[in-house]
Design a protein around this ligand. Structure first.
Ligand code: EPU
Length: 421
């Protein structure tokens, strides 16, 4: 089992390049199923989740692989299987994103139910409601969702009860090939939806309103191939900025996404750090000062993303004062709390809100990652803790952070991966 050994207590100083956005890459790769023509996507991070999505596409009969350092080529001209199996979907919920495109293009799809996951039950009812609204007949049998339709999907009103990111993406992809106009109401507004919509428009789709909560789609009979470049990963960027603040360092990142990080940057400024922008660059400078505790309440975009909640919580552990961190999106996203306590953090949690009393110093210990963002928060904990921290179950980290040890080593961290049974 791979683990990370971190010798903490060093401020991070220097420059970190930001990779392409994982959560934009997964729907964009799934969208390549909407056309028989080649789709080329560049700036794709080499992450475990990306490899899983490529494996899902290959299992359907597509050719899908990296063809350059960070470039992926997908050809969906030989799809010969419309079933996404349990073995793949259980390793990554986002495999469910093939539902909309396969149904829209082939009138049939079978996808394993993703089931619950560490951060919550995460139902898929809104994905199914959207496809039903477009005319599909949905059946749940033996752990699989089957969706089918005679002829094309029919454009319609899709009224989401909850603004769901991947649910909106499934609905959007399906609606692009529907017969007639669709309107998605209470759509998620995350930038990754806009990225997907822009790619679909480049493929010939007619979409208006992406990035707002009402999206209009005029369906087309077919879409064509395209080349797309992934936006930078705003969650990776936010993670490194928080790591800079927590370690009392000075970090510059490039990736040009400060406009996507308004709420997190406002919180970092509130914590006492100086944050400045220069073109593509964002710099955070703490001038060596201990951060001030900041209250955090997660929200849909443009609020504080749930995917940065754990990292802010780690920052608060070593901040001056007491803070409250409230999670509003997922019901079980505090599994990092007991692990941070092993480093000496003082946290009380009632399930949705954690109250953190900042301490001047954490101390290294053995800790275990439970999910992707929890693992990056534990790395931040290890970076600020005095002495040695061992982070177990690093495979969670590899789902969403490309070259994380190399990037952190380049800014002065003492962090190494090793293998231990
Ligand atoms: N929900 C429902 N029914 C549905 C769909 C969602 O009740 O049919 C609920 C969820 O249980 C949750 C809320 O709606 O309480 C929002 O979940 P959402 O569907 O928006 O989450 P997601 O699409 O499954 C994406 C990201 C997550 C990120 C969330 C929230 C991808 C591949 N995943 O998940 O990213 O936390 O949006 O922003 O885009 C991560 O990268 O670590 C990660 C978990």
């Amino acid at each position: 089992m791979e683990k990370l050994r971190i010798q903490g207590g060093r401020p991070l100083h220097g420059h970190i390049p930001i990779s392409g956005a994982k959560n934009a890459s997964l729907p964009m790769l799934a969208a390549a199923l909407l056309t028989a023509e080649p789709v080329r996507v560049s700036n794709v991070p080499r992450l475990r989740d990306v490899h899983t999505m490529l494996a899902v596409l290959q299992s359907l009969g597509a050719s899908a692989a990296f063809c350059g350092d960070n470039e992926v080529l997908v050809r969906s001209n030989s799809i010969n299987n419309l079933k996404a199996p349990y073995e793949l979907v259980k390793t990554m919920r986002a495999s469910f994103l093939v539902l909309g495109p396969l149904l829209a293009r082939f009138q049939f799809v079978e996808v394993s139910l993703p089931g619950g996951c560490a951060i919550g039950t995460r139902p898929i009812d809104q994905h199914l409601k959207a496809l039903s609204a477009l005319g599909a007949t949905i059946e749940l049998k033996e752990g699989y969702v089957t969706a089918q339709i005679d002829g094309r999907l029919r454009g319609s009103l899709i009224d989401m009860d909850i603004a769901t990111v991947t649910g909106t993406q499934n609905a959007l992809m399906a609606a692009t090939l529907a017969d007639g106009e669709s309107t998605i109401v209470n759509a998620a507004r995350e930038p990754e939806i806009v990225a997907l919509a822009n790619m679909l428009i480049d493929m010939g789709a007619d979409i208006k309103g992406a990035g707002t909560d009402v999206i209009h789609v005029a369906g087309k009979e077919s879409l064509h191939g395209c080349t797309a470049t992934l936006m930078p990963d705003r969650i990776e960027a936010g993670t490194f900025l928080i790591a800079g603040a927590a370690t009392r360092g000075c970090i510059t990142i490039n990736g040009g996404c400060h406009d996507l990080l308004d709420a997190p940057i406002a919180k970092l400024r509130q914590s006492g750090a100086e944050v400045s922008f220069d073109g593509d660059y964002i710099q955070i400078d703490t001038h060596g000062k201990q951060p001030q505790a900041v209250d955090i309440r997660t929200a849909t975009y443009p609020g504080i993303p749930t995917d940065l909640q754990a990292q802010f919580l780690a920052l608060n552990c070593v901040a001056r004062g007491t803070s409250r961190v409230t999670e509003t999106i997922f019901e079980n996203r505090f599994m990092h709390v007991p692990e941070l306590a092993r480093l000496g953090a003082s946290i009380e949690s009632d399930g949705t809100t954690a109250t953190i009393r900042g301490v001047p110093q954490l101390h290294g210990a053995n800790i275990m990652a439970t999910d992707l963002r929890a693992s990056s928060c534990l790395v931040i904990g290890g970076l600020v803790a005095e002495g040695e921290t061992i982070v177990d179950r690093v495979y969670h980290l590899d789902r969403g952070y490309e070259h994380i040890e190399a990037k952190l080593t380049a800014v002065g961290a003492d962090i190494h991966r090793f293998n231990e049974q």
